[in-house]
Design a protein around this ligand. Sequence first.
Ligand code: PMV
Length: 321
Amino acid sequence: MKVGIGSAPGKIILAGEHSVVYGLPAIAVAISLRCRVESREIAEGITIDAKDLNTVSNYTFDQLRSLDTELADGTDSIALLVYKLLPDKNRGVYLEIQSDIPISAGLGSSAALAVSTIASVMDLFDLELSKSQISELAFESEKIIHGQPSGIDNSIATYGGLLVFKDSSIDLKELKQSFSLIIANTRIERDTKKLVSGVADLKTQFPDLINPTLKLMGDLSIEAINSIEENNIHKLGQLMNINQGYLDSIGVGHEFLSRLIWVSRNNGALGAKLTGAGGGGCMIALIRDNREAIQISDKLKSMGADVYIASMSVEGVRIGE
Ligand code: PMV
């Protein structure tokens, strides 16, 4: 029996989180942590077997046709996506998901799942879709879960590499050099909406201080792109450290994140910062080699974080492998 296979990467925000909300540029990069989906035809309905979460969800087509998308969760959105793609609505699909990307950590796990699901179903039924169609479909699916996503996550999961996001427009750039990273997940839940509104409050209270800081954060994104284009890893590390200072000053830091950041720096990381909304979630550290990675990773694990050694990834969606 034919098995469809698809996979897609997660992402980090390298620079520009929060200032991007005010129309300034942010940089997102695909990472080597991926989500992989296998699909098979079954007699009827859609079954989603999330191996990492140990959950199996079953949907009949009738259920899916009457599902209220306002109330739909992540699994529902994937089932709806598969249903939409089915060429023959008389046969069902069984999906098996395996993902390296931690969920609810700001690493784009839901977009990577949507994109890899599309890729897997395309492979299963020999469907032809362009990358922009894949990204658009995943964006629709992301809207069901996240309300008003920026479009960064589905784009990165589809195209891979690096992208600059500004004023709702996405500019894809070639990533010529892959840098190595440590990603540490505090597992502290963060509320992106609350953190974004906290910055807005601070901005209202201290406009003369916060507005220039946000502007500097946008400028820093441009410098960071230059450092990548120049393949200047030391400069990129310095910029990440400066960026962390700005993020702390707008109130989105967290004590545990700071401790992980300082331990990484003190053990040889070239730079370290939080990534995404902050207030918990993940930090990233830029590293030179594997020996250093293992040393830092062991230290961060002993502090209670979940640690991943990853690299920036050129590759986006993969179909059939
Ligand atoms: O936590 P993430 O990776 O979803 O990133 C949030 C980034 C913010 O700039 C804080 C919010 C946004 O919508 O851009």
